[in-house]
Design a protein around this ligand. Structure first.
Ligand SMILES: [Ca+2]
Length: 295
């Protein structure tokens, strides 16, 4: 599924993407997934609803995915169940990753993971030959060199470790970078309120979540769109914003230790927030004006 905007983009720049999102976990996935769906260089092969370590969390993510798709009026069949929990051995989402990775297609495949890596682990276990057939862009893990507790990683440490031990191409956007995607609620309100159904969906969800009890990491007057850089690093190259680091293995407490072998990880150390935010707001407005269609 591709979005067509009122300007053309080069066919040779088109990439295939599979989105893995724990949509029901908090309020930032919605903005990221919608931005991905509205980006004309992305052929979205599927949105996989991902668990976040709580009972029925995958099913809750699936329901949130349905809400987004009904606002967009795109085919519902691009929404696919992921693994039920971290111990699952099979999932439709993992099967989709394997199928796309094995396809003859001149367009690169990126798996954009905005949560736990369970479905990527299952895909690699189902078909180990895909280890060099796609690039994983992962919002997750603490900063380098030491690592430490981080939400997405903590949902399924073992799967993350298996993926880090076997997958060739990983672009990691760790917490110190994705947590820089903050916006105040006043800005979100002014930029989104009353502008369209997608804007309302994103804003209402953030306001509702902001009213829930939270730790000291939230001020009560701001939110972090931490999943959006997974789209941002493909929409704009960010070629001076990362380092190539030796791959790490992940310990039980989410800390990092050196991994033997030659695998490397592209680890982002900064992100152009303004560009990603304005791209989101611009695409939302183009959609609200009826200038984006889907093919
Ligand atoms: Ca997420």
């Amino acid at each position: 599924m591709k979005a067509q905007l009122p300007y053309p983009v080069p066919r040779e720049k088109e990439v295939r993407i599979i989105i893995l999102s724990d949509l029901a976990n908090e309020a930032d996935d919605h903005a990221a997934v919608i931005q991905m769906l509205l980006t004309p260089i992305f052929d979205v092969r599927g949105i996989v609803a991902v668990h976040f370590g709580e009972k029925d969390s995958m099913k809750k993510s699936l329901l949130e995915g349905e809400r987004i798709l009904s606002s967009l009026k795109v085919p519902k069949d691009i929404l696919i169940p992921g693994a039920e929990d971290k111990d699952s051995k099979a999932s439709p989402g993992a099967k989709l990753i394997v199928e796309e990775a094995l396809k003859e297609d001149d367009r690169k495949l990126y798996v954009l993971a905005l949560g736990a890596l369970t479905d990527v682990r299952i895909a690699l276990e189902l078909e180990s030959s895909i280890w060099d057939k796609f690039t994983l862009i992962w919002i997750g893990g603490e900063g380098y060199p030491n690592g430490g507790w981080e939400y997405n990683l903590s949902r399924d440490i073992l799967s993350a470790n298996i993926v880090f031990n076997s997958l060739k191409d990983i672009w990691q956007i760790p917490r110190p970078v994705y947590s820089s995607m903050g916006l105040t609620l006043s800005e979100l309100f002014l930029r989104l309120r009353g502008r369209g159904k997608l804007e309302d969906l994103i804003l209402n969800r953030i306001i509702a979540w902001n009213m829930l009890p939270a730790g000291a990491y939230r001020s009560g007057d701001a939110w972090t769109l931490g999943d959006s850089p997974a789209a941002g690093v493909l929409i704009y190259p960010h070629q001076y914003c990362y380092e190539i680091k030796s791959r790490v293995t992940i310990n039980d407490n989410c800390s990092y230790s050196p991994l033997a072998g030659d695998l490397k990880t592209r680890v982002y150390n900064k992100i152009y927030q303004r560009m990603i935010f304005e791209d989101l707001f611009s695409k939302l407005e183009l959609f609200s004006r009826g200038l984006i269609t889907f093919v």
